[in-house]
Design a protein around this ligand. Sequence first.
Ligand code: FRU
Length: 450
Amino acid sequence: MRIVSEQQPRPRVHFTPRQGWINDPNGLIYLTGQYHLFAQHYPHDTSWGAMHWLHATSDDLIHWHEQPIALYPNERGMKFSGSSVLDRGNRSGLSTDGRDPLILVYTNHGQQEEQAIAWSTDGLAFTEWEKNPIIPNPGLHDFRDPKVFQMPGSGHWHLVLTAGQQLFFYQSADLLHWHQTGTFVPDGQPSGSEGKNWVLECPDCFAVPAPDGRVVWVLLLSHMVLDEPRKTEILYWLGEFDGLTFRPFPSSSGPFLFDPGPDHYAPVTFAGLPEPLTLGWGSNWAYKDTLPCQTYCGQMTLARRLALIKTKNGLRLTQEPVLPTGLLPAKPDVMPGQLDVTIEFYGSFSCRLFNASGESFVISLDDNQYWQIDRSHGASQPFWPSGLPDWYEVIRSPRLADGPSQMRLVYDQTSIEIFADQGLLACHLLVMPGKAFDQLEMAGAARVQH
Ligand code: FRU
């Protein structure tokens, strides 16, 4: 049960649940003109609890309509994270009404973690398969977060999940029977946390076209250090998927940071789209009990379109928000708490959002080509527990681009999302000022684009 209970104004363009708790997005899929978002959800409290799957649909990834809860915890366990897939041609045989079933693939978190499915032909009411599990537990404490994906031309479904300190890959022809085809052992832990107890979560594997026309595969993985200081990160590797497993390129393949901000976790791609589009949980486990919440707790990031570009250090992912300009005002004092502004910069600069009480959020690019994002004065009271390391307040990230460029800053009541250098920097952070920021101040080689 949480102690602090003061509800902040609701974001406008970031998804929040009607009530209760949310964490990871699950089962993201684009189906017959609609985006479906499922999510880890506890409807009875603003704290994490017995996990359900929330379900919401949208035409534009901005305006969401909550649907009936898709999955409930039961005797097989809580419904932990997973994915969804449209079973074209009903290869599972689960549908009996002639419509292709939408299949949710998730983890039952009970005595142990095992993979299971539920299906629906109306996209709203889901039935758990009576012969679950589809993948039993091989004797591992952490064995979860199945992400189903397809490889063009393969005719099979593939699945990646976390299995202790490794990722396991599986293949299936009918979504019911799976066999393991490979493993991937991630290297690299968050700096300063070497040797600590860490857990791998919410993997994804997807193809992205490279600028030279090649298809490059991305392995995306969230991970968390369980010991103090707690730290979560989203990493990605570049490489190839040969139908059996993911193989990073021999050099310069990662891991790279997907988002240097503290408030982004467990992003995964939508199924059913030709290009990769992700959505992530816009919060952090470190302050799951200290965020000010009353009716609901948790929000998602904006949906982000991914691409690859060549930088001075090699290929890197770029992320651009799916957010038409003009939805939020371009000036800070029109509707306090809401701002969507693009800044052109030519060299080092700083941009400060603030209010009359002295609360502020500052983003700057320094002479050494480092981004610095400072929200240490971004809350009326710190919503993070005491003792967290500095990186929760001030983020530093090396710039991957050169020369003049642009930065888009989206301020949406309780969070700020930054996209700079064509999306080479993409960062989501929560802010909770006592009074909305309503002033913007620029210094250095930059100006607001009009
Ligand atoms: C990641 C995670 C997943 C798990 C879910 C439980 O944030 O810990 O690994 O399936 O959340 O809610």
